[in-house]
Design a protein around this ligand. Structure first.
Ligand code: HEM
Ligand code: FMN
Length: 552
């Protein structure tokens, strides 16, 4: 049996002379590998003495470490949570533990999306982490979504007046503070007891769109109500200090117009149920429908698969977290394992076809429909022909079919093979967005806006404030500032839990001589490093599509 290593013991090995880290439940002594790591030593040192599974999985498939490092470097198995108790009725092998109450580090310390990814998992249950972080098979697409952005460079322009820049945009018919939104992600209650309602509150605070999944753990009406309630709150300290000269600008509570509210649709095998759901969405006044088409069945997400759920009849709270009211499905283990995606998505109609897009549009006249999950120029053209209002270039965050192209490559493919689609419909993109530079690159390539999935889930560990901070920066209201000035005599400052993505986007814009979203264009990017990887034709450029005939 391998040695059981506690997080405390692991944390004692974090120097260049003695460096351990845990990946996928195993503790490795990587002291000898530190200098040889092709990605550099600093990134490994950043995670020294800690569980590096989540950040590691952003760059590498879990299988890589076993291919590269000898087994002799394994020190043992990480005991997940020595201070945690197994949940009441969970079977001994279920591996479900409740997190003891841990003090979450201050939000002010989380200054990048990477920070949210790094810190939040320690405050979620193992099953929640497995569900959120998981990806299809070897995680090639998942890792490449992120890495592909790094291979596209920006071309900074100088000596242009950029004292005042604005990230404002109009998305789904409404004014937003920045063209970034919360992608639809099912079962948010695994990360926060208020689930999607809390995401909605954060989105209102940041004044960005929110997309709600069919598989959400809160009902459409409840989330719609949470949005309205948040909008009608009186302005508080987090309220926007309306920018002078166009810069900045978040705003919680009643500030600004209503945020766009999007309903993401998975079509049920029983069509009448989907028709009813769409009618409800329309009545509730959703601003758009995202029809997800890249998951006729959920991908093979092994991390999620391996970790079983508490058995039926187990902890109440467990069931509450893993229940989707709009589909009526509660999670359970099946003969294959415990994958939430598979169990919760069992209702999805795998026979959906282009003709059904028309049917969906007919069910909700007047509500714009976007097809989410487009990954080739061919399908982008078909979407334009189907008359939809737009598409979301997405591979489900690498959760559907592994080795499909990173989203930014698809955007380049559309620019190369069917540029006309950008004039015919709106194009959104998600997958692997971690930095303001990533947002900038996607917008330069014609995206109207970008979505974040996992980042939102991780920021949710801090509740609505975390979500707001992920997207937006917070200013003190003038009133609040004056009060502070009088009472404690501070200088005019921003609040200490400023920003993340919007601020990074503004910085990039300033460095590139761009003052508004409309001024961004492909000429501000260098894509030479990836251009060879972008398809030039619909068919394979030389391999012929002919299966050899049997001679028998
Ligand atoms: C300890 C086990 C690790 C092994 C065996 C390993 C292996 C490798 C290898 C073979 C490469 C070059 C090829 C490639 O890009 O896939 C690489 C690059 C890289 N690794 Fe790791 N790595 C490890 C840990 C980590 C961790 C913990 C992180 C981050 C949290 C990380 C981040 C990176 C990054 C950012 C690159 C550069 C990728 C690029 O420039 O395209 N690695 N690693
Ligand atoms: C935990 C989780 C649940 C998701 N659930 C859904 C869903 O119900 N419907 C959907 O269309 N996409 C879903 N997605 C995909 C996201 O909408 C989005 O495409 C993806 O997460 C973007 O990649 P990122 O996580 O790298 O930002 C989910 C993603 C995650 C991480």
């Amino acid at each position: 049996m391998t040695k059981q290593i506690t997080p405390e013991e692991l944390s004692r090995h974090k120097t260049v002379a003695d460096l351990w880290l845990a990946i996928d439940g195993q503790v490795w002594d990587v002291t000898a590998f530190l200098a040889a790591h092709p990605g550099g030593a600093p990134i490994i040192l950043q995670h020294a003495g800690a569980d590096a599974s989540v950040p590691y999985s952003q760059y590498h498939p879990f299988s890589l470490i076993k291919e590269i490092l000898p087994e002799t470097m394994i020190k043992g198995t990480l005991v997940p949570f020595p201070d945690a108790k197994p949940s009441g009725e969970a079977s001994p092998s279920s591996n479900i533990f409740r997190r003891p109450e841990r003090k979450i580090p201050p939000l002010a310390e989380q200054i990048s999306v990477h920070d949210f990814y790094k810190v939040a998992p320690a405050h979620l249950t193992p099953k929640a982490n497995a569900y959120i972080s998981s990806y299809a098979c070897d995680g090639i697409t998942h890792a490449n979504n992120r890495l592909a952005y790094d291979r596209v460079g920006v071309r900074p322009r100088v000596l242009l007046p950029v004292a005042n820049v604005s990230t404002k945009a109009k998305l789904f018919g409404r004014d937003v503070a920045s063209p970034i939104y919360a992608s639809p992600t099912a079962l948010a209650k695994v990360a926060h007891p208020e689930g999607e309602k809390e995401i909605a509150r954060g989105c209102v605070g940041a004044r960005v769109p929110m997309a709600l999944s069919t598989g959400a753990s809160c009902d459409l009406a409840d989330v719609s109500e949470a949005i309205s309630a948040e909008h009608s709150k009186p302005p508080g300290p987090a309220e926007e200090k309306e920018e002078e000269g166009g810069g900045g600008g978040g705003g919680g509570g009643g500030g600004g117009g209503k945020i766009p509210f999007i309903f993401q649709l998975y079509v049920h095998t029983e069509r009448s149920l989907t028709a009813k759901l769409l009618q409800r969405a329309r009545k509730l006044g959703v601003d758009a429908i995202f029809l997800t088409v890249d998951a006729p069945l959920p991908g093979k997400r092994e991390a999620d698969e391996r970790l079983l759920l508490a058995q039926p009849g187990g902890q109440k709270e467990q069931q509450f977290k893993f229940h989707a009211p709009m589909t009526g499905i509660s999670a359970k283990n099946d003969s294959k394992g415990g994958a939430l995606g598979r169990v919760m998505g069992a209702f999805i109609d795998a026979d959906l076809a282009w003709k059904d897009v028309k049917w969906v549009r007919e069910q909700c006249p007047g509500v714009p429909v976007y097809v989410k999950g487009i990954q080739t120029a061919m399908d982008a053209r078909l979407a334009a022909e189907a008359g939809v209002d737009g598409i979301v270039v997405s591979n489900h965050g690498g959760r559907s079919v592994d080795t499909s192209p990173p989203s930014i490559f698809v955007l380049l493919e559309l620019q190369r093979c069917c540029p006309e689609v950008f004039d015919r419909m709106e194009i959104f993109v998600d997958g692997g967005i971690m930095r303001g530079t990533d947002v900038f690159k996607a917008l330069c390539l014609g995206a109207k806006g970008v979505g974040l999935g996992r980042g939102v889930f991780y920021s949710l560990a801090w509740g609505a404030d975390g979500v707001r901070k992920l997207f937006e920066r917070k200013f003190y209201s003038l009133l609040h500032l004056l009060l502070r000035l009088r009472v404690i005599g501070v200088m005019l400052t921003r609040s200490d839990d400023d920003l993340v993505l919007k601020d990074e986007l503004e910085t990039t814009m300033k460095m590139c001589g761009v003052r508004s979203v409309d001024e961004m264009h492909p000429g501000l990017l260098n894509t030479l490093e990836v251009d060879h990887a972008i398809p030039t034709t619909d068919d394979h450029p030389y391999a012929k599509w002919r299966r050899s005939k049997s001679k028998l």
